[in-house]
Design a protein around this ligand. Structure first.
Ligand code: ATP
Ligand code: MG
Length: 285
């Protein structure tokens, strides 16, 4: 489709005899805020790394902004900003020097670079850390700095691989605000997360990936409705059990047959995740 900014077809990525991504098809619409969910080891990071040209792949094609990442990697790269799961800042440099080197890589001129560093550092309250060496900062502050680096060249597409893991509540809320702001300005955002409420509240669509394949793809509410929009939670045989129903009447009728503590609530993405992958969020694939 014309409005698709990323088109992935038949992506396969192997590490030796391990197939990390196994024939994955996915299109991301221009301006969309898309969330990737999946158990540990499902292939989320590997897929993002293939799209962001940080690693090669074995089969399939990836187009970013109409550019084939294998044939025109530079053109594809200039559309994208990436915040990796393992923050990749140069440890021998200060935070400011890291930002300058990122800006120079993207040919941003000095004046614009300085304005952008000041604006983004201010937003993330990074000011007092700018001239400190990377290694002297805690993980959460390194992450904030990495986010600024990835945003300096105003990329059309921003990849955020678990952007809020390890951040304190304040920084997480700040980041949600900035993600919403960038989204409102038209940036396409693809994030991975193990925080289901993050995906539910931020994302236009989510894709659930398991064993290197997309197993569900839709708006969060639509995915919940597919499982059954109302959940009944009850204890049986010493375990919490869940059943899903299309409406409250059906849920009430079922709940009345159960004894003890029974709760009726709206189905959420966590229910969808567990139903489809058979695993709790964050479990190993
Ligand atoms: N460099 C590598 N060498 C060998 N195997 C790898 C490498 N990178 C990833 N893998 C394997 O590929 C599979 C997918 O890993 P990936 O990091 O993409 O998962 P993920 O969905 O991002 O998981 P998580 O939620 O834990 O971040 C895993 O089995 C992993 O062990
Ligand atoms: Mg990952």
């Amino acid at each position: 489709m014309m409005d698709d900014i990323i088109v992935i077809k038949g992506l396969v990525k192997r590490f030796g005899d391990k197939t990390a991504v196994n024939g994955l098809d996915l299109s991301i619409r221009k301006g969309e805020l898309f969330g990737f969910l999946g158990p540990n080891g499902a292939g989320k990071t590997t897929t993002l790394r293939c799209v962001a040209t940080l690693t090669g792949f074995d089969e399939g094609t990836i187009l970013v902004g109409g550019h084939d990442v294998k044939k025109e990697p530079s053109a594809a790269k200039s559309c994208m900003g990436v915040i990796q799961q393992q923050v990749s800042l140069d440890k021998d440099l200060t935070i400011r020097e890291n930002m300058i080197s990122h800006a120079m890589y993207h040919d941003i001129r000095k004046k614009e670079r300085e304005e952008k560093i000041a604006e983004l550092s201010d937003f993330f309250s990074l000011g007092e850390y700018l001239d400190k060496p990377v290694d002297s900062l805690s993980g959460g502050w390194k992450k904030r700095a990495a986010i600024v680096c990835a945003m300096l060249h105003n990329p059309e597409v921003l990849f955020l691989d678990e952007p809020t893991s390890g951040l304190d509540i304040n920084a997480r809320r700040l980041l949600w605000d900035i993600i919403r702001k960038l989204h409102a300005e038209g940036t396409t955002i693809i994030l991975t997360t193990h925080y289901i409420e993050e995906a539910e509240s931020l994302c236009d669509r989510v894709g659930i990936i398991d064993k290197g394949k997309i197993i569900a793809l839709d708006e969060p509410r639509v995915l919940c409705d597919k499982v059954g929009s109302i959940a009944v939670e009850f204890a049986e045989e010493g375990k919490t059990q869940y059943r899903y129903f299309k409406d409250r009447d059906e849920a009430n009728a079922f709940a009345s047959t159960k004894e003890g503590n029974v709760s009726i609530r709206k189905t959420n993405l966590e229910d969808v995740f567990v139903e489809l992958t058979g695993k709790s969020v964050g479990a190993q694939t």
